[in-house]
Design a protein around this ligand. Structure first.
Ligand code: NAG
Length: 337
């Protein structure tokens, strides 16, 4: 989700006027270059550094800020077809003294993409654990955050490697049996009947489909210029084949309900955050989790869709920070130290 790219156009247009607009417009011919410059700029402004870690032949790309210290480190797992820089929106509102790590999920952006790799949720959990080991993040229990597909991975990780974590934030995670069916899951059912994987709403290949996806994922409605939509979809198209394969893997029997099947094994203090108007994964999933994870905290955000991190970055950052400093969670950390 590249909603914040749009912000930049608005800011550029609003404050810096014609010369900058002309500069930006020239970049519209090379949308991928523009987007790279944009993230490079924001990473720099926020003090996030890019780094690589290896596990055998496998390479992980990640960004980090700070070092492991007395406070919990935080690892963040992004969703389907996103990348580590989607977290910049909330990094902006997180305290400078926290050690933050955002990793590109298997096959995404700078992390190895291989046709032979196992992209099921179980396979991704194994890879994320390899990443954690490779940078020694689990020397001390850390806080794990995951959204959407990354939330499914984070929840199963918590169940399978309980001693790695001090606590867990699940932001509208996939992998549950949602009591209410979302608009997206209804659309998928129809697609399944017609066996048409080329029109999955989360894998746009035209400007129009890109617009539909943004509408599906966010509550707030933007009017986005055609050229910008075209730019946003152009940078995705080269990856669409991979996205289709990945999508089939994560909606497969084996992965679709991974979090549901694993949630009773989650022992870390858990926070559940959901946008009330989520049309991709219905917010009724929050009750499912809360019913199975004792003592979990549910936060439902009003006027918010599936892209919680993009739509409500300040609020999400505050919820995470407050949760981390809540007495019961700090007490728990002391015990595990
Ligand atoms: C937990 O999730 C993994 C990964 O998808 C899956 O293989 C396993 O069957 C699930 N259930 C349990 C009870 O572990």
């Amino acid at each position: 989700m590249d909603l914040d790219v749009l912000n930049m156009f608005l800011i550029a247009g609003g404050t810096l006027a014609i010369p900058i607009l002309a500069f930006v417009a020239s970049f519209l011919l090379w949308p991928s270059a523009l987007i790279k410059v944009y993230y490079w700029y924001w990473r720099r402004a926020l003090g996030m550094q890019v780094a690589y870690a290896s596990y055998g032949n496998y390479k992980f790309c990640y960004t980090y800020r700070g070092r492991p210290g007395p406070k919990q480190s935080i690892l963040m797992l992004h969703g389907f077809s996103a990348h580590k820089d989607m977290w910049l929106a909330i990094v902006k509102f997180l305290p400078k003294n926290l050690h933050l790590v955002c990793v590109d999920m298997p096959g995404h952006e700078g992390t190895t993409r291989s046709a032979l790799d196992d992209y099921s949720i179980g396979g991704q959990v194994t890879r994320i654990h390899q990443f954690v080991e490779s940078i020694n993040l689990n020397k001390k229990p850390f806080h794990l955050v995951g959204t959407s597909m990354g939330g499914n991975v984070a929840g199963v990780y918590a169940a399978q490697y309980p001693s790695d974590l001090c606590s867990l934030s699940l932001i509208c995670p996939a992998g549950l049996k949602y009591p209410n069916e979302s608009k997206f899951l209804k659309q998928l059912k129809v697609l399944k009947e017609t066996a048409n994987v080329h029109t999955v709403p989360l894998i746009p290949s035209t400007a129009g489909e890109m617009e539909e996806m943004l509408k599906l994922c966010s509550y707030v409605r933007f009017r986005i210029p055609q050229q910008v939509l075209q730019g946003l979809v152009d940078v995705r198209i080269p990856h669409n084949e991979f996205y289709r394969k990945l999508f089939l893997d994560i909606v497969d029997e084996k992965s679709r309900h991974s979090l549901q099947e694993n949630m009773t094994k989650i022992v870390a203090p858990t926070q559940i955050i959901w946008g009330k108007q989520d049309q991709v994964l219905d917010a009724s999933g929050a009750d499912v989790l809360a019913g199975s994870i004792p003592g979990s905290h549910v936060e439902i955000l009003e006027n918010c869709g599936h892209s919680v991190v993009m739509e409500r970055p300040r609020k999400t950052a505050k919820l995470i920070v407050d949760f981390l400093s809540a007495p019961q969670n700090t007490a728990n950390n002391k015990k595990q130290d």
